[in-house]
Write a protein that binds this ligand. Sequence first.
Ligand code: CO
Length: 161
Amino acid sequence: MAILPIVMYPDDVLEQRCTKVASFNKKLAKLLDNMYETMIAADGVGLAAPQVGVSQQVAIVDIGDESGIIEMINPEILVTDGEQTGPEGCLSFPGTYGEVSRPYFVKIRAQDRKGRFFELAAEDFLARAIQHEIDHLNGVLFTSKITAYLTEEELERYEEE
Ligand code: CO
């Protein structure tokens, strides 16, 4: 495995719509493994392939709970419900944090690294992380959804609550 350089904003690849994955091969498995190592090294809870310069519909999420690592290839949102507002950051925007409103609940359909379809339901912070990563695959950045920017001090206060 290898730690990959993370693409920083502004880079065109971050605002492009990613292409669908058609080949579920060793190269994809290696990309996923490297993305995971890169995300952990950067202390993130999610990472999308365009953030390592690969414009394909591949994203991972691991918020450190019992859900473990979630690998999403060609994900689609099937259902959303409710609303939550909370702080968000992104590994491609170091030091930038803001309040973002998103649905509280999400149900997705995606493929795993072998190409097998699965459905996953998530709520609260996990749903937020999944939606943030799927946005990346559509070239949508969280800064377009920020309603109020937060300083690092304000973010820490949020985390203490
Ligand atoms: Co991000």
